[in-house]
Design a protein around this ligand. Structure first.
Ligand SMILES: NC(=O)c1ccc[n+]([C@@H]2O[C@H](COP(=O)([O-])OP(=O)(O)OC[C@H]3O[C@@H](n4cnc5c(N)ncnc54)[C@H](OP(=O)(O)O)[C@@H]3O)[C@@H](O)[C@H]2O)c1
Length: 121
């Protein structure tokens, strides 16, 4: 999904849908959880360097599994949760602007890299 605004709307929709499903299936003993992480170093994200804020897939998965049954809607990782809580203190219109600029910048850098790689071949 290339439009950051659409991605944000899609995430909101998934979160809302999951909350409805959770309410519907809870009485039957079925746990439905939303896990929406920040950056994880994986093949798909193309991020190789790990850090406090960017775990690798295995570290993230271990942490996310520990949240099952403890949290219905989570980022699944402590430093991601800190990021989310801090971001929620920023007014929505400023936060959206910052996130959109970051996403547009990331996409532009990825496209430049793709172009460089294509020229090098
Ligand atoms: N990484 C992040 O920062 C992050 C953050 C939030 C949400 N997510 C979401 O988490 C999900 C998993 O991403 P990830 O980062 O964990 O990626 P990942 O570790 O690279 O895993 C992606 C998986 O999808 C498979 N896959 C990719 N393209 C496929 C295709 N066309 N058909 C069938 N299988 C395909 C890959 O198979 P192969 O190994 O065989 O290629 C791999 O098993 C994605 O929906 C992503 O948007 C990721």
């Amino acid at each position: 999904m290339h439009n950051p605004q659409k991605l944000h709307q899609f995430q909101k929709y998934v979160s809302w849908l999951t909350a409805i499903l959770r309410k519907e299936y809870e009485p039957q003993g079925i746990t439905i959880q939303t896990i929406a992480p920040m950056m994880v170093a994986t093949k798909m994200s193309k991020v190789k360097r790990t850090s406090f804020f960017t775990p690798d897939g295995a570290k993230f998965a271990k942490s996310a599994l520990n949240t099952v049954g403890n949290s219905a809607d989570t980022t699944g990782y402590i430093s991601h949760q800190i990021q989310l809580e801090l971001m929620s203190l920023i007014p929505a219109f400023i936060r959206d602007k910052i996130l959109t600029n970051m996403s547009v910048g990331t996409r532009a850098a990825a496209l430049r890299k793709k172009e460089r790689e294509a020229k090098a071949q």
